[in-house]
Design a protein around this ligand. Structure first.
Ligand code: HEC
Length: 219
């Protein structure tokens, strides 16, 4: 019997062993962002446009989708994110001309649409905050992606903001990128509450109905 139970326990542990073998754990800061915070999402979209879109796209998103989800009008979204340079039906693509990345940076700049799903929000947050000055070379390096060709684009922002403000700004950008990875999440959250509310009302109604049915029956 004991043998059987230890085999059973071993089998249960196997999936855990699989996870543990996924590579060294990264030391990540918690992003603590919230998709329910629409103001944070709006700030994140504007910061993303100002600091990241010189190189990156989130090409699976359109401006009018963002408008609908964040509570902007079509005019407001293109004004906030592109100074009115784009149409609201356009996809959110980088302002960099094709091929310039490989010419100037020597590599292709990744699209960030699915980056939050690929690497997690905490990674994106920590990556933006992970730049450290290398004492020897005097150049910025990223502790999560050593030797990265992406420059420390938030250096000026970090210098001019308090630690708390910089946390919020990087959290807002992370929030926007988590949204970009799965825009339907916003509706799912909304729908979840409605379903729960519906079920509660249904329980109340069935309870009242039961009382009504059994009222005249002695039991
Ligand atoms: C000057 C161009 C440039 C700008 C501006 C820029 N990036 Fe990047 N980014 C890159 C390049 C190039 C890479 C690929 C890095 C590499 O392979 O070393 C990259 C990679 C990334 C990655 C993936 C990292 C990984 O582990 O693979 C993330 C996340 C990212 N950038 C986020 C941002 C965010 C957020 C901003 C705005 C705050 C931003 N980037 C602004 C050029 C840029």
């Amino acid at each position: 019997m004991r043998k059987i139970s230890s085999i059973f326990i071993l089998c249960m542990l196997f999936p855990l062993a699989g996870f543990a073998a996924g590579g060294p754990a990264l030391d990540l800061e918690k992003a603590d962002n919230s998709l329910e915070d629409k103001d944070s999402l709006k700030r994140g979209a504007v910061l993303f446009s100002n600091y990241c879109m010189a190189c990156h796209s989130v090409k699976y998103l359109r401006y009018n989708r963002i408008a609908r989800d964040f509570g902007w009008t079509d005019e407001e979204v293109v004004e906030a994110m592109t100074y009115g340079q784009n149409r609201s039906v356009d996809n959110v693509t980088t302002r960099m001309l094709p091929g310039v990345d490989e010419e100037v940076l020597g590599t292709k700049v990744p699209d960030l649409s699915l980056m939050a799903r690929l690497k997690g929000s905490d990674y994106i947050y920590s990556f933006m905050r992970g730049y450290e000055l290398d004492e020897k070379t005097g150049e910025w390096d990223n502790r999560l992606l050593h030797g990265t060709v992406m420059p420390h684009v938030l250096e000026g922002m970090q210098r001019h903001m308090s630690a708390e403000e910089f946390k919020q700004a990087t959290r807002d950008i992370t929030n926007f990128l988590e949204y970009a990875g799965e825009p339907a999440k916003l509706q799912r959250h909304d729908l979840g509450w409605k379903v729960i509310l519906f079920l509660l009302v249904l329980i109340l109604l069935t309870y009242l109905l039961k009382k009504e049915y059994w009222r005249d029956i002695k039991h």
